[in-house]
Design a protein. Structure first.
Length: 387
């Protein structure tokens, strides 16, 4: 039976049905300004129907010739020799310096490759044991040294100022606040550095009303609140998947930024082919890096993901559950302590995942804690109420 439906490929075609026919007569959708580039004028502009293939080839040849001529006039750069050459620098031979890298969740012992004093490459330090690994962000961090848009000096009220003027302004504000008995707040992102904590302790000794408030762009407050409730410690739990045989993840991109993003190495070790090779089940709404690597990926709405998580928890505790959740429960029970469950999103999801792992006796949980994140949502809201 023939269909009388008319299919439109765009709103423009719906408004003007003749548009497709007119565009089909043109080899190039938009007219290329050949006359502006080559200086040629068309004999009759009103009769032009668009750019021809001949015009396109003329413009292509003109641009290629222009680029070739520009490349023939490269500026002369003179090499100036050292007056007193440093003994460790040999022109053309790179030097390597051992250093450390820390930014957010990422921390590593690294080797910095330099040429004539300029860092050009970050390499992992093979003598740093477990901390000698780098990820893509650590490798790319060298680019920030050559960022022309980076802040080059302090700012005061949005304007560039010298360090001396900013110091005078801050010291005056601190002195006035202390004299008036007012609260002093230091707003900072999470700092795991003992040096920073010692500096703030010294600062607070001089200004007793000072308080430290932490704010992170990616706060992980739900994960921290859940850890506080389950483990009694406000820190992210540390996992090791090297001996795990089953991972069930609910929205947790644990090969990405989840829980600090430190599971890639142990995950790869557990995925080596063999009788105890790790099996990975990912339940999520949007495709993630972790989901793309899963053996079984189940796509559900966010509300449905949380529902399955609750049903898995109930199933492990003997309650009736859905068929989909029952299959996951069966696999978890079969692997027992060699299985682990991850969940991301709300505090409740994190709590359920921790309780499931405790029920299984999961050996993936090392018992260690990650203190890199310190954001407290309630504390930050309290700070906002002071303003």
């Amino acid at each position: 039976m023939a269909s009388n439906k008319i299919q439109f490929r765009s709103i423009h075609e719906l408004e003007d049905p003749t548009l497709t026919g007119r565009l089909a007569q043109k080899e190039f959708l938009q007219e290329i300004p050949v006359d502006e580039q080559t200086g040629e004028l068309k004999p009759n502009e009103s009769e032009s129907t668009g750019t021809s293939r001949r015009d396109f080839l003329k413009l292509l040849g003109f641009s290629t010739a222009a680029v070739t001529l520009a490349a023939c006039e490269a500026p002369v750069i003179k090499t100036i020799p050292y007056v007193v050459k440093p003994h460790e620098i040999i022109p053309g031979v790179p030097n390597y310096y051992a250093s450390t890298y820390f930014d957010g969740y990422d921390f590593a012992s690294v080797l910095v490759k330099t040429r004539e004093g300029r860092p050009i490459k970050i390499e992992p330090n093979p003598m740093a044991n477990g901390l000698g690994k780098t990820n893509a962000r650590a490798q790319a961090s060298v680019l920030s040294l050559y960022d022309n848009d980076k802040v080059k000096q302090p700012k005061l009220n949005g304007k560039d100022e010298t360090f001396d003027k900013v110091d005078d302004f801050v010291l005056k504000g601190l002195t006035d606040a202390q004299a008036g008995g007012k609260r002093i707040v230091v707003l900072s992102h999470s700092f795991a550095s003992p040096t920073f904590k010692k500096l703030f302790a010294d600062f607070k000794a001089k200004y007793p009303t000072a308080e430290l408030v932490t704010y992170d762009a990616v706060p992980y407050s739900a994960a921290l609140d859940a850890a506080q409730e389950v483990f009694g410690q406000r820190a992210l739990p540390v996992y090791d998947l090297s001996k795990t045989q089953l991972v069930v993840s609910f929205q947790a991109d644990f090969l990405g930024e989840f829980n600090g993003g430190t599971l890639e190495t142990s995950y790869a070790a557990a995925r080596k082919p063999g009788p105890d090779m790790l099996r990975h089940i990912q339940i999520e709404s949007n495709l993630s890096l972790t989901g793309a690597n899963a053996d079984t990926r189940i796509k559900l709405k966010p509300s449905a993901v949380n529902k399955v998580l609750v049903e898995v928890y109930n199933g492990l505790n003997g309650s009736a559950t859905s068929k989909e959740a029952a299959e996951i429960v069966k696999e978890l029970q079969a692997k027992g302590s060699n299985a682990v469950v991850f969940a991301d999103g709300s505090k409740g999801a994190h709590v359920l995942a921790h309780l499931i792992n405790q029920k299984l006796g999961s050996t993936a949980f090392t018992g260690k804690a990650n203190f890199l994140k310190e954001f407290d949502g309630a504390r930050y809201q309290e700070f906002l109420s002071w303003m």
